[in-house]
Design a protein around this ligand. Structure first.
Ligand code: NAD
Ligand code: UDP
Length: 311
């Protein structure tokens, strides 16, 4: 197939491009580099089956030739990034998703939206099944991301119902791995890089809030299974192994060593208190579940940040 990956120069997007190429597809990556980097795809440059287009998906997308499938990943994704680019985040979720759906309709291509566990907000149901409608503060700082993704899901369903576009919605939970930006503010790069620099780990709040971390190769495999499934309802893609942020800090202290301490800082507004995917649907429909444990996934991730930091 010929496949377009928006956000293809980002963290998950670059791994997805690689997997699709490994599966024998031809890949076009499209990205405006607002939070991504061509460093992530430099090793793919020069291949006949790969091309890169620098473009903002909120502007009209003109693509020559046939297209079979679109993965729509373009969007700032870390809390620090979407707080730095609130209007761009709303625009890419709304206008960008509209443009990409228009392209899918024109090319008769399938399309997968990279949605997020943030559509569940600060959840009142735990763990979160796809049937839960969420608890989102539309006017809080995270609202720009959460509501953009909720709008994007609604738009995807409107194109499916109105125009019969062959759509998928993946609700991705916290994913980590090599090629995250050291300064993207997310807890995995933040703690690893602090430990490598010999600095205290900054826990926001009292650290009792929970997250469930999924290694990027598992997430990418889930996204590709969903593409191949023909299933239109939302599907959670994440790792159900849940832990508190304090336990995660302790794990990083053990894995990296160096005797770094912990510093407590204020909890950001609307920071979800718990998060864990119910992946029954992914197991049943896709036969998918994560296979990489946190301890295993941290090895290549820490190696990557050691190389980036030269430590
Ligand atoms: P990332 O920031 O590394 O990648 C996003 C990419 O989109 C970047 O390369 C960025 O430059 C590009 N982009 C942003 N706005 C654009 C625009 N207007 N036009 C073209 N390109 C644009 O983030 P990521 O972690 O790889 O996330 C990828 C997708 O997965 C995002 O849609 C995100 O919401 C979703 N997601 C990620 C996670 C996670 O834990 N990593 C969790 C839930 C959902
Ligand atoms: N967090 C933290 N210290 C940091 C960065 C994040 O304690 O230096 C916390 C954050 O408040 C949240 C959790 O770690 O409760 C996960 O944050 P992240 O930014 O990775 O993603 P989120 O799941 O909130 O989107």
């Amino acid at each position: 197939m010929r496949i377009l990956v928006t956000g293809g120069a980002g963290f998950i997007g670059s791994h997805l491009c690689e997997s699709l190429l490994d599966d024998g597809h031809t890949v076009v990556a499209l990205d405006n580099l607002i939070t991504g980097s061509t460093d992530n795809i430099a090793h793919l440059a020069g291949r006949d089956d790969f091309s890169f287009i620098r473009h903002d998906v909120t502007e009209y997308i003109y693509l020559q030739g046939e297209l079979d499938f679109i993965f729509h990943l373009a969007s700032p994704a870390s809390p620090a990034d979407y707080l730095a680019f609130p209007i761009q985040t709303l625009k890419v979720g709304a206008l960008g998703t509209h443009k990409v759906l228009g392209l899918a309709l024109e090319k008769k291509a399938g399309i997968l939206l990279a949605s997020t566990s943030e559509v569940y907000g600060d959840p009142l149901v735990h763990p979160q099944p796809e049937s839960y409608w969420g608890n989102v503060n539309p006017v809080g700082p995270r609202g720009v991301y959460d509501e953009a993704k909720r709008f994007a899901e609604a738009m995807v369903f409107a194109y499916h119902r109105t125009h019969g576009v062959d759509t998928r919605v993946a609700r991705i939970f916290n994913t980590y791995g090599p090629r995250m930006r050291a300064d993207d503010g997310r807890v995995v790069p933040a703690f690893i890089c602090q430990a490598l620099r010999g600095e205290d780990l900054t826990i926001f709040g009292d650290g009792t809030q929970t997250r469930s971390f999924c290694y990027v190769s598992d997430t990418v495999r889930g996204l590709i299974s969903l593409m191949n499934s023909g299933f239109h309802e939302p599907v959670n893609i994440g790792n159900p192994e849940e832990m508190t942020i304090v336990s995660f800090a302790r794990l990083i202290q053990r894995e990296i060593g160096g005797g770094v301490g912990i510093r407590f800082e204020p909890l950001p507004l609307d920071d979800p208190k718990v998060r864990r995917p119910d992946i029954s649907r992914a197991r049943e429909i896709l036969g998918w579940e994560p296979t990489v444990s946190l301890e295993q996934g941290l090895v290549p991730t820490i190696d990557f940040f050691r190389r980036v930091a030269g430590r």
